[in-house]
Design a protein around this ligand. Structure first.
Ligand code: CA
Length: 472
């Protein structure tokens, strides 16, 4: 199958310039504004551009419709903390021991758990290139104040440092609060935090669109992660969904989609939509408890099957990415750093810490027809579970089944048929390659037995199935 399906003329339009009244200097016109919209625990197929049948997300879909839909996109971890560490450093997070979620806020602060300060976050690199930078929403790269966004390249921060927060903006039991630049926001100032986060992004666009230097907004909604909470105005639009949990989850996604609509409005109003790159993805697969849909991917968040590590992925950049592009080669969330940094004018071959991602633009434009990655790797719990994707094949070693499984993802996207026994040499080869990668990684710096690691209780599962068979 063609790896790059272009709609219409193959010629790519040159970036259109802003209206004269809002014209930018040549300096800014060369470098795009960037908005990374990261959502939390979104199912692989819970946006309509990826075929979701019961949740309609026109404003998120617009990123793909007017840009590219990357249909074979992975994140670097099956849950939040490590996934965000990978995204923001452009490197396998196992290189600096950030392999698990942090158990509790107190311990996280005491032990300074999270990203290492020796890492250069995308925000820090963009700051060096004079970007105006803003982080909104969930952080999860460290609860210690030294690791907060303002200390790591962000001019402005509105959100919370941990892995989750109630959606009404009230203080959490562990003392976590919504903060603005590290100072508590009184909870009566919050409405529904998904809406609040959107408002902050819109304000940042309004305040920065006319500046000479471009802006970078990391808009990290904690929706549709638990707790399942949504105001009536969104719930009124999901009455068609029979399952109560999923109807609330869907309402939370609609809040993000409405938010994306307001972001588009702001980009158009300020005349910068022509020179703003917008990237949309989730930090990990959908969770079973929210009745997310990852189908046809197997399993859920916390898992090495594709349901845990695949994400919807769309990218818009007018004049550079042809509208309606569908790109089906394997890419990674680690590529965002290299892609954005390159367009910002950085020479990524000179990064202090070598990157694991690659600049996607030549691939998405059809200029480079090879694979962006020879192989991708995943590891949790210091290697109790791991996986590797190479071409059509995926190697999976899970905790539950202490053996290697092999799938041909292209022919068997639901990972139904373990073909390891038929391909012993390939399995051996892939294990060797995994071990080579593994040897470059650090041991996890903290224990990784978080509840997010939704491991199938294999014994219970087997028992249940045995009983169901009536021993026939
Ligand atoms: Ca997550």
């Amino acid at each position: 199958m063609s790896k790059l399906l272009l709609v219409g003329s193959a010629a790519l339009a040159v970036a259109a310039t802003a209206t004269p009244a809002l014209a930018k200097s040549a300096k800014q016109a060369e470098r795009p504004n960037v908005i990374v919209v990261l959502v939390d625990d979104l199912g692989s197929t819970d946006v309509s551009f990826n075929g979701c049948p019961d949740i309609y997300t026109p404003n998120i879909d617009r990123i793909a419709a007017e840009g590219v839909n990357c249909t074979d996109a992975y994140i670097s971890a099956p849950y939040s903390g490590p996934s965000r560490c990978g995204l923001m450093t452009g490197r396998y997070q196992q290189r600096f021991g950030a392999e698990g979620n942090v158990e509790g806020r107190e311990e996280s602060i005491k032990k300074r758990l999270g990203v290492l300060e020796s890492e250069v976050l995308l925000s820090e690199l963009l700051k060096e290139h004079d970007y105006n930078t803003c982080a909104i929403g969930k952080w999860h790269l460290g609860d210690h104040p030294d690791l907060w966004p303002n200390q790591q390249g962000f001019d402005y921060w509105y959100g919370f440092s941990g892995g989750g927060h109630n959606f009404w903006g009230q203080p959490q039991k562990d003392g976590a609060v919504i903060m603005e630049n590290g100072k508590e926001v009184k909870c009566n100032k919050n409405t529904y935090i998904t809406d609040d986060f959107t408002q902050k992004a819109v304000d940042f666009i309004d305040n920065n669109a006319e500046k000479e230097d471009p802006f970078f907004i990391y808009l990290a909604y904690n929706a549709p992660h638990a707790p399942l909470q949504a105001p009536k105005k969104y719930l009124d639009r999901t009455k068609h969904i029979y399952h109560a949990e999923r109807s609330v989850y869907a309402a939370m996604i609609l809040a993000v989609d409405d938010g994306m609509g307001r972001v588009w409005d702001a980009l158009e109003r300020t005349g910068v939509e022509d020179n703003t790159m917008v990237i949309f993805l989730s930090d990990n697969g959908g969770a079973s408890m929210t009745i997310a849909h990852n189908a046809p991917r197997r399993a859920y968040k916390g898992n090495m099957f594709d349901g845990g590590i695949r994400t919807p992925f769309a990218m818009y950049w007018k004049g550079h990415i042809k509208p309606g592009t569908v790109y089906d080669k394997t890419i990674s969330s680690l590529d965002i750093y290299a892609t954005v940094a390159t367009q910002a004018g950085a020479d990524i071959s000179k990064c202090k810490n070598p990157l694991d991602g690659t600049d996607l633009i030549p691939y998405l434009r059809g200029k480079n027809k090879s694979n962006p990655h020879d192989a991708l790797f995943w590891r949790v719990c210091g290697g109790m579970e791991y996986a590797m994707r190479k071409g059509d094949y995926k190697l999976v070693k899970t905790w539950a089944q202490d053996e290697h499984m092999l799938f041909n993802i292209t022919e068997d996207e639901i990972e139904q048929f373990d073909i390891a026994a038929q391909h012993p040499d390939l399995v051996k080869e892939m294990i060797a390659e995994y071990k080579e990668w593994d040897a470059q990684m650090m041991e996890p710096r903290w224990a990784d037995l978080h509840k997010d690691h939704q491991i199938l209780d294999f014994n219970k599962w087997e028992d249940y199935r045995k009983k169901a068979s009536g021993n026939r």
